[in-house]
Design a protein around this ligand. Sequence first.
Ligand SMILES: O=C1O[C@H](COP(=O)(O)O)[C@@H](O)[C@H](O)[C@H]1O
Length: 245
Amino acid sequence: MTTDMKKASSEVLANADAVAMRMAELLIDAIETCPEQKARIALSGGSTPKRLFEILAQPDMAKKIDWSRVEIFYGDERHVPVTHDDSNHKMAQSLLLSKVSLPASQIHPMPTSSSAKEDAATYQSILQKSYGSDTLEPGRPLFDVVMLGLGTDGHTASLFPGEEVLDNDRDWVSISAPKTAPHDRLTLTYKAIQSSRLVVFLITGENKVPMLKRLKQADDTIPSGRIKSDGKILILSDRAAAGEG
Ligand SMILES: O=C1O[C@H](COP(=O)(O)O)[C@@H](O)[C@H](O)[C@H]1O
C-alpha cells in the first residue's frame, strides 16, 4: 500500500499544545506496537516540535515510554556545528534527549563536521546499518514514524522548492542548498521518507494557513505535496493553521 497526500488523514486540534499532546500519544503507540525490537523515529526540525519535546521530557510522560526500544534519527539538519543555535539536534538534545533514559548509542544526529556531501553519505550508511540492508525492502519500513513540518514556502524536511534533491530517487539522504535559508542542509529524500509506517505533519500557527490549504489539496507543485508513505500519512494541525482560529 502506498499513501500519497490525496489519501492523507487530517485532524484539527484546538491549539499547539493539543497538537503536541496528540503527537506524543502517537509516538507512545508507535513504540508500543513496533513489530521490531526498536522503533526508528525521525524527528523533524524547525520550531514546531519544540513543545512536543518539552511535553515528552516531563517525568509523567517520559515514564510512559520504554526508551530502550527507541532509536532517534532526524528528517533533516542545518549543516552547522552541533553547538550552533540553529542545529535541530541541539534543540532536541537540550529539550528532550538529555532528559530521558535514552543511551547515546540510540541517538543518531546527522553529522555536520565534514563536507555536506560526505556527511549525507555518512548518515545514509548509519541508516543502512540500523536497517540492516542498503536496499529498502517492501513490507519492512525503514522508519516507524517520520515527523515532518511545513515551511511557509511549502518545504518539508529540507525538501525545498526548486532543489535538485526533489528529483533524487536514488539516495536515502542528500544535501540541499536552499537559497532562501541561511545554511546548507542535509535531508532525508522522498524515497527514505516513503519507507515508513507513519508520517505525521505537525503544523501550527496562522502563518501556515495558505500552505496547509495547498497541502490538504495534495498540491504536488509544492515539495510537501509530493510526500508518500508505505503506511499512513496524518496531518495534525491546530485551528490557527487550519484557518479556523
Ligand atoms: O519539516 C520541517 O519543516 C520545517 C518548518 O519549520 P517550522 O520552524 O515552521 O516548524 C523545517 O524547516 C524543518 O527543518 C523541517 O524538519
